[in-house]
Design a protein. Sequence first.
Length: 261
Amino acid sequence: MIDKTHDRWTALLLAGHIVLLFAGFTILAAVFEFPDVLRLPAPERLALFQAGQTVIVPTYWMLTVTGITQVLLTVLLWRTLGPAAGTAATLALVFGILTGFGQAMGFGRWAILIPWLAERMTDPATTEAGREAIALIEGAFNRYAGMLVGEHLSNICWGFWLFFTGLTIRRSGILDARIGRAMMALSPLMFILAAEQLGFEGPILGVLTDFGFPLLALIHFALAWQILRRPEDAAAWPLGLPAAVVGIVLYVAMVWPAVAG
């Protein structure tokens, strides 16, 4: 039996998680030239980091927390949907947890390791050879903890989580099956973004990010709304016209900066 307290926590985590994620990315884009900063030489990246450290570090702490909320919402969704969906729900649980841990590792280095490296880089007592070593260490962690774990592997796991969660929703009959189909349709976006670490480049990545990620936010909000409003231990009502109108308005608001720019 799933009570309403469980549903309220699940809805809160779904909505709060995606709000924190988008807020973090928005702040970093404004103060840290994110995500382009990740491709700069290590000394330039560390200099930009130190210049905005008072804002950047708390923001990365916030993003690190989203790794934990990803794990929590994955487990709560599994408890809601799993008994009615079998293997697909189990795979969604596994990939959702892996996504969260990968994201926490990738974001967390900015809150713990990078401030120390940036401080050593600007220390007058640090020799030129020492600065070269610091740049090498930072670059290695950027490629391993950031690119490999935080972006490549996490995006792959995120894509599988979207696919299997969508399949679970379709099979369970508990939530609107259209949300499940939307999640399955959106899952290839994460695989394409993961391919960047293998050398895939081009303007298509920016287009996918600007217009695809807002759809991911809408899916989280739709899931939260359905779970919050569903009768206790029963299937949720299908999303209607008012939800569609709100979704369109929110999507336009989120993509408008990219369109206007």
